[in-house]
Design a protein around this ligand. Structure first.
Ligand code: NAD
Length: 304
């Protein structure tokens, strides 16, 4: 079993660190939040006084932080030169591709092996150890990170060189944002055209309009499998996080001169929805904005 430093014990990192401790690793955890630290201690992690203390003698360093600037700060101030160069560095945060590449270059220059390993899956998947990891880095980095990621996820995929994990994550989420909006539009139009929504679901989920947004995450309450729509759009994947990922995608698109009109439109619509108070709701709640006259279908329409 290994000594693992875990920095960033929030909604996602808390569950991930707990799973590494459960797998038998000696997890030394740090977060700026006292509440997060106490929770990690309760889940079998040892509390470190600061990030620098957490990484002393570590075999692996895992970070799960809000954004690129936090990742840069933590690695520059507390990891490089403080963790042993034999430690594998694994950043699981969702950050911009450029920052991921810069931090990884700095890691290599300081003698480390580092990978970017952002995740797909929310808080429940972090707690349940069923995340999907998309990993960017050298084949050697991937091989060394994989055993740790396996203990926090159900799938670990090597996406390519440094930054490729972040690139895969934002391309996937740009597609998700756009298909969710398109799915909401289709349901809103179907309703206005007098179609029964369950019937439309039954048809479209088996026809060419099918997508994950429709069949696994249907935005309409009472139709399809249980989703956040059935809990008044509480929990799930918050609009604010979808918006963060869409902004990262648009930034990346600009940097390589890619034409992404649907992604741009999705970013605009999610910005509008967040500004109207939707930031804390699940991202499928955008159906409320797309059809202001939206009313849930009658009870009894559910398909399990
Ligand atoms: P969060 O805000 O709940 O957790 C981040 C934690 O980092 C906080 O506890 C904060 O105190 C800590 N932190 C910030 N700066 C720090 C520092 N300098 N040193 C130590 N700790 C510091 O966020 P989250 O929801 O856990 O998300 C983490 C990352 O995972 C983000 O990049 C997010 O985009 C990504 N993500 C989140 C979800 C989700 O459903 N929440 C899903 C996929 C990916």
């Amino acid at each position: 079993m290994a000594r693992v430093a875990f920095i960033g014990l929030g909604n996602m990192g808390g569950g991930m660190a707990a799973n590494l401790a459960k797998a038998g690793h000696e997890v030394r955890a740090f977060d700026l939040s006292e509440v997060a630290l106490a929770k990690a201690e309760g889940n079998g992690c040892a509390r470190a006084a600061d990030a620098g203390a957490a990484v002393q003698n570590a075999d692996a360093v895992v970070t799960m932080l809000p954004a690129g600037k936090h990742v840069t700060d933590v690695f520059r101030s507390s990891v490089f030169g403080q963790a042993p160069t034999g430690a594998i560095l694994i950043d699981c945060s969702t950050i911009d591709v450029e920052t991921a590449r810069i931090v990884e270059q700095e890691a290599v220059a300081a003698g480390y092996t580092m990978v970017d390993a952002p995740v797909s899956g929310g808080i429940a998947a972090a707690e349940g150890g069923t995340l999907t990891f998309m990993v960017g880095g050298s084949p050697e980095g991937f091989e060394r990170a994989q055993p740790f990621l396996d203990q926090m996820g159900k799938a670990v995929i090597h996406a390519g060189e440094a930054g490729a994990g972040q690139a895969a994550k934002i391309c996937n989420n740009m597609l998700l944002g756009a298909t969710m909006i398109a799915t909401c539009e289709a349901f809103a139009l179907a309703q206005k055209l007098g179609l029964d929504l369950q019937t439309f679901y039954d048809i479209s989920s088996k026809a060419s309009g099918q997508s994950w947004s429709m069949t696994s995450y249907c935005p309409v309450p009472g139709v399809g499998p249980q989703t956040p729509a059935d809990r008044d759009y509480q929990g799930g994947f918050a609009t604010a996080l979808m918006l963060k990922d869409l902004r990262l995608a648009m930034e990346a698109a600009k940097s390589v001169d890619a034409y992404t009109p649907m992604g741009g439109e999705a970013e605009e619509l999610y910005t509008r929805f967040a500004d109207r108070g939707g930031a804390g709701l699940d991202f499928s709640a955008i159906i409320k904005m797309i059809d202001d006259s939206w009313s849930p279908p009658a009870e009894g329409n559910r398909q399990s």
